[in-house]
Design a protein around this ligand. Structure first.
Ligand code: NAD
Length: 512
């Protein structure tokens, strides 16, 4: 039965209970009447959860601070052991977790499996890292002195995540922060809290069985933007890693900075591909289609702008439109489907508004219409849109979180680079070319201004080893990969004098 404000459970509600059961987990303590969660597959209700209030958050942060004090004393390789066990458990449950992710988020199963694989991979990465949190030895200007730099755990991590990668983004930050000796609170998107609860509860289960892990090492805060705001403002939270829209980051970033917490911001992108005359056209086409339509255009790295040389534009666009027309759009649980649903009606409305504005700015729209899927009248499936634009006008410079690919053309290479860089965001970019000069220039300081720069690969689908993030309004943060672990630690510079003299730096004399 359902009460007012609590939608009747839909076709997938039982599946959620079963999937949690298969994971050996229960949702009963989390159910309530605050937050209804829906499946984008058919728009039906999955569950209604309790939300955490400000007082709950205070208690959570206090518990996380106590957990931090215990955890930071555990040697890092032993902290890594927790993550090794967790990665193993996620691997064992990969299929169940992937189905849950698809039901709640709507991405096609192969992409959901990819996301769960990313969680497994990042666990292995973090385990390796737990033995490599190394510092530096620096040449001292003073005789018989040693100058070093090393890293200590920083505190409590508050991680705010977006709906579109409901598990991987959390794993990027949390597994690395845990091996770095921090405790963690996760505020997942209010659109995907069930996936979050499943992944976090598995980690809590592993932690409960691990002798070195304190209570409350990993906690989940269920809530909306207001709950995220509490994390941004809370003085007990040392690091706030926030992944989501530019608008969210502008709010969170300032609030964290005001109290001199450490913000790590991973915000929106407006990613472009340059297709040069020398490009391998078949490869460019495949790379473009996956990057533009994968995850129904709801990746931060989704390809949103195509900058194609004028000499090949007509043919390339014709083939692009034909290819998009041949994609299967439908249930993400069906193996034949290429493009699943948008997350909700608001995403569909935003897409249609963007297409209207594009038409008003001189664009010609191919596709973009709603697709009826039998039995799912409350769901929002769309044909990805290809929009030929006369110029990089206002709408093209914005991120619309839906499958819209704006096509622009260029005559000379410098113009292509200027178009690529001529937007406020700076996340991902790519070039399809066989010309080594173009490929190298694109990656150079004169080239793309993005955090991610690819050659003969689309803009999406990064590997975990490299630092992930972007510049300008993308926020400048790097959640994981390369040396991003330093975000979760504090740096110590230590000077030791093992002589019998006391020479001062810079030759300063102070005799008395
Ligand atoms: P969103 O900004 O609406 O929400 C993201 C998270 O922030 C949610 O948990 C939400 O509750 C919270 N939030 C929103 N406003 C807040 C505020 N003022 N204070 C505190 N918390 C707040 O984003 P979304 O729709 O879930 O995700 C799509 C966006 O995320 C896109 O812009 C996409 O490009 C971006 N994204 C970026 C990356 C990256 O790594 N750069 C990765 C994934 C998604």
């Amino acid at each position: 039965s359902s009460s007012p404000g609590q939608p009747a459970p839909g076709a997938f509600a039982d599946a959620i209970v079963d999937l949690f059961g298969e994971l050996g987990l229960s949702l009963s303590d989390d159910l309530g009447s605050d937050l209804a969660v829906f499946s984008p597959i058919d728009g039906s209700a999955l569950a209604t959860l309790k939300m955490h209030r400000a007082t709950d958050m205070d208690a959570m942060v206090a518990n996380a601070e106590v957990a931090f004090v215990a955890w930071k004393q555990v040697p890092a390789p032993h902290r890594g052991e927790l993550i090794r066990r967790y990665g193993q458990l996620v691997r064992e449950h990969k299929e169940v977790l992937s189905r849950l992710l698809t039901i709640e988020n709507g991405k096609i199963l192969t992409e959901a499996r990819g996301e769960v694989q990313e969680v497994i991979d990042i666990c292995e990465y973090a385990v390796g890292l737990s033995r490599q949190l190394f510092g530096l030895t620096i040449a001292s200007e003073r005789a018989e002195h040693r100058l070093t730099e090393y890293w200590h755990p920083l505190g409590v991590l508050g991680l705010i995540s977006a709906f579109n990668f409901p598990a991987a983004v959390w794993a990027w930050g949390t597994t690395v922060a845990l091996v770095c000796g921090d405790s963690a609170i996760w505020k997942p998107s209010e659109k995907t809290p069930l996936t979050a609860l499943a992944f976090a509860k598995l980690l809590q289960k592993v932690a409960a069985d691990y002798e070195f892990a304190p209570d409350h090492l990993v906690q989940v805060a269920i809530g909306d933007a207001e709950c995220g705001g509490i994390i941004a403002d809370h003085p007990g939270i040392s690091i706030v890693s926030a992944t989501g829209s530019v608008r969210m980051g502008q709010d969170v970033g300032v609030r964290v900075q005001r109290r001199f917490g450490r913000p790590v911001l991973e915000l929106g992108g407006n990613n472009a591909a340059i297709v040069a005359p020398s490009a391998d056209i078949g490869l460019a086409l495949r790379g473009t289609i996956f990057a533009a339509t994968g995850t129904c255009g709801q990746r931060c790295t989704t390809l949103r702008r195509l900058i194609v040389h004028e000499s090949i534009r007509a043919d390339f666009v014709k083939r692009l439109i034909a290819a998009v027309g041949s994609l299967n759009i439908g249930s993400p649980l069906d193996d034949m489907t290429h493009v699943g649903p948008l997350i909700d009606k608001a995403a569909f409305d935003a897409m249609q508004r963007a297409l209207d504005r594009a038409r008003g700015e001189g664009g010609t729209v191919h596709g973009g219409e709603r697709i009826e899927v039998a039995g799912s009248p409350e769901a929002y499936y769309v044909r990805p849109a290809i929009v030929e634009m006369p110029a990089q006008s206002e709408i093209v410079r914005e991120e619309t979180f839906a499958p819209i690919l704006y096509v622009l053309s260029y005559a000379d290479f410098a113009e292509a680079i200027a178009l690529q860089n001529g937007v406020p965001q700076g996340l991902s970019s790519c070039i399809f070319t066989s010309d080594v000069r173009e490929a190298e220039t694109f990656q150079s300081a004169q080239g793309s201004d993005c955090g991610i720069v690819n050659v003969n690969i689309g803009t999406s689908g990064a590997e975990i080893g490299g630092a992930f993030g972007g510049e300008k309004m993308t926020g400048g943060g790097r959640v994981s990969g390369s040396d991003s672990w330093k975000n979760y630690m504090r740096r110590v510079t230590a000077t030791v004098n093992y002589s019998t003299e006391l020479p001062l730096a810079q030759g300063v004399k102070f005799d008395f």
